[in-house]
Design a protein. Structure first.
Length: 276
């Protein structure tokens, strides 16, 4: 069966799909056509829905009733996550009055920061433009994700809050729920389960062939060094990526419970695929 799979132009996504997209890990059930777009575009596409399988922000799952969350392929921070940056130290009371650049309204980073400090004035932009917007004074504060979490100091800005550290304390040590892969419900539970296992095999293959998978992922390095990309990839393609397990599932459910209590997301049914 031919299916469309959406992922981001990010090194961690490329790393986990390396086996699948190069044919080094095959499936008797699927032929894959891949679509590469920025995460916020994929979030919006999933509302339609357009793709059979797609990477989305966990936050977006509140708005995409036609999809089921896969247990493999998630991006979960283990005690780390999005970083709040500025050119100077700021208190939370100052942040609440500041204009904050966010990487998209449906990103999990945006939802987590709202859970942390309450609602705030924001401007959405491509995540890679945020450090420059902060440095130039276009915005007061920037919420950074992806490899920018590791390179923000090189870009002349400083960390003022760590959303991942806050979540770690708030949740009692659960992983930080940032991204997941979802699959169209219309394909049925059996195919969803089979694809989940196929993606899991691709992730395991990459983790067992790190340097080869990294060669492939470097196409999406955005000029960052191999050393930094390797560190970033191994942070976000971890054991919870292979299978979200009980801790990943609890983390996703807790984030939405907290968000519903604060009326930050609508009431919706959370759907996660059967255990692998």
């Amino acid at each position: 069966m031919e299916i469309s799979v959406g992922h981001t132009p990010d090194a961690d996504d490329a790393f986990m799909f390396y086996g699948m997209f190069t044919g080094k890990v095959s499936s008797p059930d699927f032929t894959v056509t891949h679509v590469i777009e920025d995460i916020e575009n994929l979030n919006r596409k999933a509302v339609s829905p357009v793709l059979d399988v797609t990477a989305v922000s966990v936050h977006a799952c509140a708005y995409i009733p036609n999809y089921t969350i896969l247990r493999s392929g998630g991006s979960f921070g283990i005690g780390y996550g999005p970083i709040v940056t500025a050119t100077k130290e700021m208190k939370i009371s100052e942040l609440q009055k500041a204009k904050i650049a966010i990487p998209g309204k449906m990103t999990s980073a945006f939802l987590l920061l709202q859970l942390m400090i309450g609602k705030f004035d924001y401007v959405a932009m491509n995540f890679s433009d945020i450090p420059e917007a902060v440095r130039s004074g276009k915005v007061d504060v920037g919420l950074v994700i992806h490899e920018t979490q590791l390179s923000f100091e090189e870009e002349g800005i400083q960390k003022i809050l760590d959303v991942g550290e806050w979540w770690d304390k708030e949740s009692g040590g659960l992983p930080v729920p940032l991204g997941v892969n979802v699959m169209s419900e219309k394909l049925g539970k059996e195919l969803i389960h089979k694809f989940d296992l196929y993606l899991q095999d691709s992730i395991k293959f990459a983790r067992n062939n790190i340097e080869d998978a990294l060669d492939y992922a470097m196409k999406y390095s955005r000029g960052k060094s191999r050393e930094l990309i390797k560190k970033f990839v191994l942070m976000y393609v971890n054991e919870v990526t292979v299978d979200m397990g009980e801790s990943g599932e609890k983390a996703v459910k807790l984030m939405f419970e907290m968000a519903k209590q604060k009326n930050l997301v609508p009431n919706f049914e959370l759907k996660i695929s059967d255990k692998l």
